[in-house]
Ligand binder design. Structure first.
Ligand code: NAG
Length: 312
């Protein structure tokens, strides 16, 4: 038995920095990002629910994505905000485990929903006449159901293993929320199997599979677009998938860069700062990209604002 085995009741989430000046800057930055994220995603969500012009498969998926984005940024950012105000960096053992589980499954959802959206774009561009037949309500609900289910199930094995660990060499989690890798680092149980499982699940199953599926959809889409002869038709076809393509490129670039950033300066902890930018930026930018680049969303927003003015 390990000598320092005690029942862990709580963890201390270290956050980004201990320097008060940096803490203030980070607090303000995160607060602004979080408010924009909530505002943008709630707006998109309400528009999609209330405006029947947006009751199409694509926007249904986008509505699901906005729920994922809001939950994800709440999980990752709330401790930075609350601990700055209350100076309380502790997180109970169970809420730490719950955070780890939710973050893992929501990240999975995000990639899977984007994959479903790329299939939707593939059908819309390569098979436009059969679009309403293929992407019927049943298929959409089934697709989203599978995304949520797989998202929740795929992180279950690694999280269950970590949950069974009882020995921690420290209670300080070197991150701004409870993530599985920093928790693995402070565990004194044998993590080699968990690391392997995490590599297979996290990298291959969760990241690579959606990437390959999305990539294949886009190869078909590009081939179909190149086959269109009229310049106008080509532009129109490209336009219908440009928002989605932007989001996909942004998400995978941040994912890849997260794995590839070296830890240049261990005191500055560039990796944590980078993780903050990544986890905060994607949920904030998703609704902005969709509303700025998309005629349907812009028109819907105008209609809704017009209605609100009438009421006031
Ligand atoms: C999520 O997707 C399903 C299936 O397309 C759809 O029925 C549902 O309305 C979506 N949810 C939101 C909030 O848009």
């Amino acid at each position: 038995m390990h000598g320092n085995q005690t029942v862990i009741k709580y963890f201390i989430v270290k956050g980004i920095s201990d320097v008060p000046e940096i803490q203030i800057i980070i607090f303000l930055m995160v607060l602004i990002i979080y408010l924009i994220t909530l505002g943008g995603n709630i707006t998109i969500f309400l528009l999609i629910c209330l405006d029947y012009h947006l009751h199409t498969p694509m926007y249904g998926f986008l509505g699901n994505l906005s729920i994922v984005d809001m939950s994800c940024s709440t999980i990752t950012l709330h401790k930075i905000l609350t601990s700055f105000i209350s100076h309380d960096k502790t997180v109970s053992y169970f809420s730490c485990m719950a955070q780890m589980y939710m973050f893992g499954s929501l990240t999975g959802h995000e990639l899977l929903i984007l994959t479903a959206m790329s299939y939707d774009r593939y059908v819309a561009i390569c098979n436009p006449l059969r679009y309403h037949f293929v992407m019927n309500t049943r298929t959409c609900v089934l697709l989203m159901g599978v995304c949520w289910l797989v998202g929740f199930l795929q992180v279950f094995p690694p999280c269950a293993i970590l949950y069974s660990f009882s020995c921690y060499s420290s209670i300080e989690v070197n991150h701004f929320f409870c993530d599985i890798i920093p928790l693995m680092k402070i565990s004194c149980d044998d993590t080699s199997f968990l690391e392997l499982l995490f590599l297979i699940e996290g990298v291959v199953l969760l990241n690579l599979t959606p990437f390959v599926l999305t990539f294949i959809s886009y190869i078909f889409i590009i081939v179909a677009i190149l086959k269109i002869h009229s310049h106008h038709g080509r532009r129109k076809a490209f336009y219908t998938c440009s928002s989605h393509l932007t989001v996909v490129i942004m998400l995978y670039t941040t994912l890849v860069s997260q794995y590839l950033t070296p830890n240049l300066n261990s005191t500055l902890d560039s990796k944590k700062l980078f993780a903050l930018v990544n986890t905060a930026a994607v949920p904030m930018l998703n609704p902005l990209i969709y509303s700025l680049k998309n005629k349907d969303v812009k028109q819907s927003l105008k209609r809704s604002l017009g209605k609100i003015k009438l009421i006031i």
